[in-house]
Design a protein around this ligand. Structure first.
Ligand SMILES: [Zn+2]
Length: 215
């Protein structure tokens, strides 16, 4: 069957008897991929309380199979910039290791969980109604935000039923709600780190992620 050629011929191969025309291959993330001269990305600013200087985190992405049905946006590299030289050497190490993992391809969502689980022995800090256990964890939150924005990972949504339950219980609970939208006296959730755990019907329930110790 003749196959129409709609684009410029850039190469050819003569098939021997028995060989079949190969399917167009889908480009996957791998270390050998050469870096295009420009990459799309975002720069995020974080400033932990007490830090003298802000930190700027840039995450750049690569678009694989552009313009095809297999088009996919993947993180390619991460840079962290700050005037704060105190953190310099391990920040450089962290960004190099993260970038190397990005370029290997495959799952990257686990990096978010690993970073978010790093606790600073001096204690973390509260930010936007959530508890941030360390500066490394905050970098994890930034990476999560970026991966959600680019569609690499999907937000874990509560089921409609669970959402309705939490909303109803929040209404019953009443009381003061702070700027995060959760009761002012809520405690920090072990699972999602939001300050949103309240006691309902004798059971601790997180109003943000629905985590509950009573099933
Ligand atoms: Zn939670």
């Amino acid at each position: 069957m003749p196959i129409p050629i709609n684009s410029k011929i850039t190469g050819y191969k003569v098939l021997t008897d028995g060989q079949v025309v190969p399917e167009p291959t889908k480009e996957l993330m791998h270390e050998g991929l050469s870096r295009p001269s420009s990459l799309p990305g975002n720069t995020y600013k974080i400033k932990p309380p007490g830090a003298e200087h802000a930190m700027y985190i840039t995450i750049n992405d690569i678009i694989l199979n552009a313009g095809t049905e297999h088009e996919e946006r993947r993180p390619y590299e991460i840079f962290i910039n700050s005037k704060n030289m105190e953190q310099f050497q391990w920040m450089v190490a962290l960004t190099r290791v993260l970038s190397a993992v990005f370029r290997k391809g495959g799952d990257v969502a686990f990096l978010v969980e690993e970073l978010k689980a790093v606790f600073d022995p001096r204690g973390g800090y509260i930010k936007k109604g959530g508890y941030v256990p360390s500066l490394v964890a905050e970098i994890g939150y930034v990476l999560e935000e970026h991966l959600l924005w680019t569609g690499v990972i999907k937000k874990e949504e509560l089921s409609e039923q669970a959402k309705a339950y939490v909303e109803q219980k929040l209404a019953e609970f009443g009381g003061e709600v702070d700027e995060s939208g959760f009761p002012a006296n809520a405690r920090v959730c072990q699972k999602c780190s939001k300050k949103a755990v309240i006691r309902l019907d004798g059971c601790d329930v997180c109003a943000a992620c629905g985590d509950s110790k009573c099933g």
